[in-house]
Ligand binder design. Structure first.
Ligand SMILES: [Zn+2]
Length: 303
């Protein structure tokens, strides 16, 4: 293993011993993370940005997503509380910065980064991310070096898990990771648990694809399935079903609004999602924003 990983790991052990399971460093509370056991060998790491999944066992440490770059050391410290194996793999569930932000650090340390084909394409584009006043592609070290178009299966840590691509859902490069052997699913941002979802139409996402992808995850689940959402707490089949019902209801109301012939402004003035706000709105996505996203998607799809 590359030397950087080893030094990360030993330093991480020390930090973890000092800090316990909640790992905070001088970088500040906003970059702290917490690790929670999902089932034997599978963990969820929470904190700012997208939820991380972690597979550990006799073979390696395998991460699903890696939050933001300044959090890498805290993530490594959290991993080190449950395994002494180095992080040899990271799979990205999609290309958003709060899920791929640590890629450069991990890539430089020799971690193999994997994703759907379109994650690498979008990260390598000249306007991929904001840097200062301009936009730049991600550096080579941050790019996934193994990409897939529909699915790939891993046989590691005594687990069998499959990453598969639901088309045009949150983006056009999503991966859902199904731990078939352990009845765990990491949905990436195709599931915002208890929250209105962000549907990134500009990155190739769509409302119908989002609903279909959630229903695909639901079909893999039973009453005992643990579901790691991209955002929100560790969830159940019931939570996923509630999210699907909510988004279908939003879509139904938007479709009725479009059919009425009113402008988007007039429709929003009627507060069409008022009764859903308390349960589902959050800092980033309120009813106006989800309604507008679904409206724009459905009206452009009809053209
Ligand atoms: Zn996202």
């Amino acid at each position: 293993m590359p030397r950087l990983i080893r030094s990360f790991t030993s330093l991480s052990f020390l930090i973890a011993l000092l800090a316990g399971l909640t790992v905070a460093t001088a970088q500040g509370q906003e970059d702290s993370v917490e690790i929670e056991k999902v089932v034997d060998g599978i963990y969820m790491i929470t904190g700012r940005g997208g939820n991380i999944g972690l597979s550990v066992g006799d073979d390696t440490a395998f991460l699903i997503d890696d939050k933001f770059a300044p959090m890498t050391e805290n993530i490594m410290a959290a991993v080190a509380t449950v395994t002494d194996k180095p992080v040899e793999f990271v799979i990205n569930t999609h290309w958003h910065g709060d899920h791929v932000g640590g890629n450069e650090n991990f890539g430089k340390a020799g971690t193999v980064i994997l994703s759907h084909d379109n994650v690498r394409k979008r990260m390598a584009a000249p306007d991929a991310r904001r840097v200062g006043d301009g936009r730049e592609p991600y550096p080579d070290d941050a790019l996934p070096i193994i990409t897939f178009d529909s699915a790939v299966t891993f046989h590691l840590n005594g687990q069998t898990f499959r990453a598969y691509h639901p088309p045009r859902a949150h983006t056009d490069g999503d991966a859902i990771i199904h731990f078939e052997s352990h009845n765990v699913i990491h949905m990436g941002d195709v599931f915002f648990s208890g929250l209105y979802p962000f549907i990134d139409i500009a990155s190739g996402g769509s409302v119908d694809g989002f609903i279909a992808a959630m229903e695909g995850g639901l079909a893999l689940a039973d009453e005992d399935t643990k579901i790691i959402p991209g955002h929100g707490p560790l969830s159940s089949k019931e939570d996923l079903a509630a999210s699907i019902a909510m988004l279908k209801e939003v879509k139904r109301r938007v479709a009725a609004g479009i059919a009425s012939g009113k402008s988007l402004e007039d429709l929003l003035a009627d507060e069409p999602l008022a009764d859903l706000e308390e349960a589902w709105a959050w800092r980033f996505i309120n009813g106006k924003r989800i309604y507008t996203a679904v409206y724009n998607d459905l009206s452009s799809a009809g053209e």
